[in-house]
Design a protein around this ligand. Structure first.
Ligand SMILES: [Zn+2]
Length: 276
């Protein structure tokens, strides 16, 4: 898949386009037997949908892509189609297509949340040449918002620090994560989060990779780090249990393959296998 982001709608409608249609936070998907796919349409009127707003996203494999929002109370029952929670599509549809759905969601969510200026309350206008809204009264420019969060694999003597959070519905264990605060570097955030959540100090913080996380507008920035001091003491709020795990005794439930959390855990497993 090859995606080129753009804000300039070519308005060429003779070929079908990819449509990311959201009702509240759910995405419209086509369903044929067990197979789910993204609808390809020349226009939403083809299936009788009247969108509240539409945003152009760019070109995916020579097809235009749009995100659209329909009314939250729209009772659309469309034959062979259904609305699905975005998160439920993780690992179900192709990773790249999911990435694009996440992008579509964030653009739609930003669009619906910035209809009025956050400073003076005037109706905003689309800014020329940029994915931005501008207030015609006070000039405030609003871009799609991103809330960065760090995620970190801490290693001590061939063991990885994994924790169980009260947010997890199952007995899942994962690496630690948390939102970056205003004025903080990513490295400071890594140190603060690990200290706050499990009372551990870390050193040798190294960048690992990143993953957009559209729930609703985050991006995960992954790091690896080494243990520097402290005994595990969970905060009892965010984290309920935490421990050091060797590769021979990893928890049964780990995050899904598509997640950066799992990629960090897999990195640890590979690094230990290389040593042995
Ligand atoms: Zn304003």
């Amino acid at each position: 898949m090859n995606f080129m982001a753009s804000i300039k709608d070519p308005e060429k409608k003779d070929e079908p386009s990819w449509w990311f249609v959201f009702r509240k936070d759910e995405l419209l998907m086509k369903q044929e037997d067990e197979e789910i796919s993204l609808p390809q349409l020349k226009d939403l009127s083809e299936i009788g949908i009247k969108p509240l707003r539409v945003q152009y996203l760019g070109v995916l494999d020579e097809k235009n892509c749009y995100s659209a929002e329909i009314s939250a109370d729209a009772d659309e029952s469309l034959e062979g189609m259904s609305f699905r929670g975005l998160r439920s599509l993780l690992g179900v549809i192709d990773d790249e297509l999911f990435g694009l759905a996440g992008r579509a969601f964030q653009v739609m969510d930003w669009d619906r949340s910035h209809q009025y200026c956050g400073r003076c309350g005037t109706r905003t206008e689309t800014k020329e040449g940029e994915r931005a809204k501008v207030c015609p009264n006070c000039g405030l420019v609003s871009y799609p918002r991103l809330s960065p969060a760090i995620i970190v694999a801490v290693v001590k003597n061939g063991k990885i620090l994994l924790a169980h959070s009260g947010r997890f519905k199952t007995k899942l264990y994962s690496v630690l994560a948390g939102f970056v605060e205003t004025g903080e570097t990513f490295e400071e955030c890594v140190q603060r989060e690990v200290k706050e959540e499990v009372n551990i100090e870390v050193k040798n913080i190294r960048y690992f990779g990143s993953q957009p996380w559209p729930f609703p507008n985050s991006v995960m920035i992954g790091f690896t780090a080494e243990y520097a001091g402290g005994e595990i003491k969970v905060d009892g709020q965010e984290i309920l249990e935490a421990d050091w795990f060797g590769i021979d005794k990893l928890p049964e439930m780990l995050p899904g393959k598509w997640s950066i959390a799992r990629k960090l855990i897999d990195w640890f497993i590979q690094s230990q296998n290389k040593k042995n």
